[in-house]
Design a protein around this ligand. Structure first.
Ligand code: DAH
Length: 357
């Protein structure tokens, strides 16, 4: 019996897999197994012999079963260890980029404009889209009777019955952020204010919501010359050309004096826009020297400070730069359009690496 015991315990210890273990089990304890046969022989023994051999055989059977179970568990553990080793994963490795979405042209152009003006020392200011009519109009020298109010196709917010304060508006331009920036930071000041604006208008080049960026620079000796230089630098950087020609056309805005609309020289050969050459002029923005009344509305003393301001349509310059024909498509959320005109999320516009690629 000791021989049997050694034989099976050694074999079990040496078994390399589940199948070998099963084979050993059958060999020892199966119907015709070596130990089962021995148990059958018990019947032929004398009572004394049986008393001695019976418990020993049973103990051996139990011992072999226990060894089989222990080995089975050890094999399973080893298999798991092996899997853990083989399927090991370093969760601290950087992810592989799999960009599927894209950056909307409006976001892209906003980032481009921000990068250019940040380089000239402008920071970004923001204001609310639901704006007081004072910030949107009065503070910008557009009094209640002024025709500009009617021309703006303003969306008015609802006031509760009996509340006769003037209603808030969806801001019709980013110019009210000029006032908020002045109120908040005072002079000197250099900010741009990109954001959504709203007007009740809808056709190929107008949507009820669109985007503008406002610029404002206030200091002791800011002049139209500074305005012209900034805009030239901006247009060159934005359209990614070495030279541009700007034309300042006298104009009128209530919040600037003098006021100028700015055109850039361009050509439309074959339907594509080329900036910096050609015989056409393209209007891109409104600008001027900030009106003293506007400075005062922003708590800045016009006896000491002066500055320039400009406002430009983000969607419009996005259409021009990237050859997008219909403004309405900007806001349709059509995936095919977004994939075609969208930008990689990983190419952040910078002046050094290039604005667009
Ligand atoms: N707020 C004007 C508009 O929406 C644009 C504008 C023109 C802004 C001249 C300015 C400016 O700051 O000086 O049409």
């Amino acid at each position: 019996m000791d021989d049997l015991r050694d034989k099976y315990l050694n074999a079990i210890a040496a078994a390399e897999d589940e199948a070998a273990l099963e084979e050993l089990r059958v060999q020892a304890l199966g119907k015709k197994g070596e130990i089962s046969l021995k148990m059958r022989e018990l019947g032929k023994m004398t009572q004394d012999e049986r008393k001695e051999a019976g418990p020993k055989l049973n103990a051996l059977k139990d011992e072999i079963n226990a060894a089989l179970a222990a080995k089975r568990e050890a094999l399973a553990d080893a298999a798991l260890d092996e899997r853990l080793r083989a399927e090991w994963l370093d969760v601290t490795l950087p992810g592989r980029p799999r960009p599927s979405g894209s950056i909307h042209p409006v976001s892209q152009v906003t980032e481009e404009v921000t990068a250019i003006f940040a380089d000239m020392g402008f920071s970004v200011a923001e204001g609310p889209q639901v704006e007081s009519d004072w910030h949107n109009f009065d503070a910008l020298n557009i009094p209640g009777h002024h025709p500009a109010r009617a021309e703006m196709d303003t969306f008015y917010m609802h006031r509760a019955d009996g509340d006769d304060r003037p209603p808030h508006v969806l801001r019709t331009h980013t110019s009210p952020v000029q006032i908020r920036a002045m109120e908040l930071a005072g002079a000197p000041l250099r900010v741009i204010c990109p954001g959504r604006v709203y007007r009740a208008d809808y056709d190929q080049t107008h949507t009820p919501m669109f985007h503008q960026v406002e610029g404002l620079a206030i200091d002791r000796d800011i002049s139209m010359a500074n305005l012209k230089w900034c805009l030239e630098e901006f247009v060159k950087a934005f359209f990614e050309v070495d030279d541009v020609e700007l034309r300042f056309r006298a104009s009128h805005f209530p919040f600037t004096e003098p006021s100028a609309e700015v055109d850039i020289r361009c050509s439309w050969q074959g339907g594509t826009l080329k900036v910096g050459e050609g015989d056409d002029w393209l209007e891109i923005l409104g600008s001027g020297m900030v009106h003293p009344k506007v400075l005062m509305a922003g708590n800045i003393d016009p006896a000491y400070w002066q500055g320039f301001a400009f406002g430009l349509g983000i969607d419009r310059i996005a259409m021009l730069k990237y050859g997008i024909p219909d403004l309405r498509a900007f806001f349709d959320s059509d995936l095919r359009w977004l994939r075609h005109y969208g930008f990689s999320a990983l190419d952040v516009p910078t002046l050094r690496a290039g604005l667009s690629r």
